[in-house]
Write a protein that binds this ligand. Structure first.
Ligand code: ATP
Ligand code: MG
Length: 246
């Protein structure tokens, strides 16, 4: 069913010991939707993303991807193959070339022929603007280039959903733009994206919906322009003030 929500979080709760991290989160994500998740440090943003692809299990409530519950065990690796995850620290394999980094999972997990995977990898490197880096090792690339490799690697699995957890937070300012540009293009091409970021310019310009989370709850959500112009809650207004006047 094409019109079904791609992701649904239904009343999810998650605690680590006494620390309640997600406290009843509901969120539906339609195909092609780009959502920015913002909120203070420790508010549960990363945990929420990790629940979506089953890196964390929920204590109660349900996570559904493409209509199917995300639960531990059988089926989880098949599910993860459909979800790309890009982290703050790029997590490339240091002993592999850029090309090897990108072709590894398609060949090993999806059984795609090596030469087909290489052709796709070259196309993806072109798309993220670093076609000439295929034979280099990650350590020889700038942070922004490494992050673009990480994005290409995720895209090589032909995912239905891309999760980004502060993808530009570890980058020097001049490299942030090049990564955000790739993400913007991806959004324009129709990718469904959940993006945790402090880049509010990106949020304002690219996302369909901004979700503000604090204390493990979605405090506010809506079109980014509305959020910045007149956040309803005190907590969201404080957050906007801090971000804009930092
Ligand atoms: N594996 C874990 N074990 C124990 N506590 C954890 C674990 N992962 C996260 N936490 C705790 O859960 C809370 C929320 O963490 P989370 O990483 O989701 O927040 P965040 O909103 O992503 O914060 P930041 O903006 O700093 O990345 C924090 O108090 C954190 O210490
Ligand atoms: Mg985080």
């Amino acid at each position: 069913m094409r019109d079904r929500n791609l992701v649904e979080l239904v009343g999810i709760h998650k605690a680590f010991g006494d620390n309640v991290v997600l406290d009843g989160v509901d969120l539906s994500v339609t195909r092609g939707e780009v959502i920015v998740i913002a909120g203070p440090s420790g508010s549960g943003k990363s945990t929420m993303l990790r629940c979506v692809n089953g890196l964390e299990t929920v204590d109660s409530g349900e996570v559904r991807f493409d209509g199917r519950p995300v639960t531990p065990g059988k089926g989880l690796s098949a599910l993860r193959a459909q979800i790309g995850f890009v982290f703050q620290q790029f997590h490339l394999f240091p002993h592999m070339t850029v090309l090897q980094n990108i072709t590894l999972a398609p060949v090993k997990v999806k059984g795609i022929a090596a030469d087909t995977a290489r052709t796709t990898a070259h196309q993806l490197l072109e798309r993220v603007g670093i076609a000439e880096k295929a034979e280099q090792f990650p350590a020889d690339l700038s942070g922004g280039q490494q992050q673009r490799v990480a994005i290409a690697r995720a895209l090589a699995m032909d995912p239905q959903l891309m999760l980004f957890d502060e993808p530009t937070s570890a980058l020097d300012p001049e490299m942030i733009r090049e990564v955000l540009d790739v993400m913007r293009d991806l959004a324009r091409d129709g990718m469904t994206m959940l993006v945790v970021t402090h880049e509010m310019g990106f949020a304002r310009e690219v996302c369909d919906r901004l979700v503000f989370i604090d204390g493990g709850q979605i405090v506010e959500e809506g079109p980014p322009a509305e959020f910045f112009a007149n956040a309803q809650s005190e907590r969201a207004r404080e957050f906007v003030d801090k971000i804009i006047h930092h």
